[in-house]
Design a binder for this molecule. Sequence first.
Ligand code: ADP
Length: 473
Amino acid sequence: RRALGSLGKSRAKFISAEETTGVTFDDFAGQEYIKRELQEIVRILKNDEEFQDKGIYCPKGVLLHGPPGTGKTLLAKAIAGEAGLPFFAANGTDFVEMFVGVAASRVKDLFASARSFAPSIIFIDEIDAIGSKRGGPDIGGGGAEREQGLLQILTEMDGFKEFTSQVLVIGATNRLDILDPALLRKGRFDKIVRVGLPSKDGRLAILMVHARNKFFRSEKERDALLQEIAELTEDFTGAELQNILNEAGILTARKDLDYIGREELLEALKRQKGTFETGQEDSTEIPEELKLRLAYREAAVAILACYFPDPFRPFIETDINSITSQPNMRYTETAGRIFARKSDYVNSIVRACAPRVIEEEMFGVNNMCWISAKATLEASRHAEFLILQTGMTAFGKAFYRKHNDLVPNLAAKLEALRDEYMQYAVEKCSSVLREYHSAVETITDILLEKGQIEASEIWDIYKRAPRIPQVSS
Ligand code: ADP
């Protein structure tokens, strides 16, 4: 055996080599029967002599097939980790290049490296890129090249004779149907294991694995929350479930909370569903013009949120990655006991006008679209609340549940007063946006470039922006 020290610096860049993966079967949750099946292979790999005496041979190749993100790579690493063997990994797509002879020579390199550290594990992800049926349609180009590579894999696998120089080859694919049957013959990938989507219990078990290094208020609360998430995530893969917990952790840190709560988990789930959907369909791509409108809307909302900050509900971040009729700006949960003054209510009316005011300003009064249409509705709701339910306006000190409760003459009075507040709010809002026009442009540019922006950056821009003084009317 060569010194393992040289392993990490494999001369071939397309091979990633690990002396030990450190991954165990405990890291893979759900689908217990898969682990039982693979456990047996690990036992054979570990006690080669004992099994050899009994005439039991380790399969030369194991093929894991199933959708992306279901843990095939994780399982391959767990086999290596449990058996304590070095792990050589490559991706089928790296073999296929247009240069003649590259594929075959890369396959040779991979097997030679693994063999010099045998017993060891070779992992070839996306093996269909090189191992698809010969003579089929030449989808990616390089058909002859691919064929050479495939023949080389077959030659290499047939070449292991002695058990003592055992190299176990693990392949992964989500296209079992296009694999060349020669690969599946006895003495090659003769063990085929399907890795499917996890069941509800499986999903809960996977969530538990990835919750190990996360903080929850109590074990009881953690179990209840994860149970709920497991129920809401049919058809999710292990990788997606892991993402949800990671994202929830990030949201928790951003809000400066100590524990992951229900709100963070559900928000993370929503985001994961979002990426899942947009990742699948290109038709959800947002047209450029709409992106520009969304960016201006979010920028205007951000500036107003800085100008009239809501002390009970600081903002976190915003983006232009989804088309919504309401602003995308996200806020923390309302915190503390609220002592809102009249000016706080009035300011909330001004803030709510931002999408409408900016769109009119930038695109013209006859060229507005529905992404700002809800803004006026929202603003008038705030105004009605102030007038009807706080007793803080000229309307009087009574409390009315809603507009419909009013007798006709009061309704007219309400509308007149509401219009007054609305007019003030629109004027104030456009004066703030004109004053901070340069900051609006800066935030818009960042949103168009990066898709999103965080509170800290918004505050930075707001504080430093050159301002255009407005004459108060
Ligand atoms: P594949 O190779 O099938 O595309 P991966 O093994 O790369 O999937 O999965 C990505 C990550 O998702 C893993 O590293 C692991 O953290 C997580 N994961 C997927 N399936 C499971 C599972 N069954 N149990 C625990 N974690 C999982």
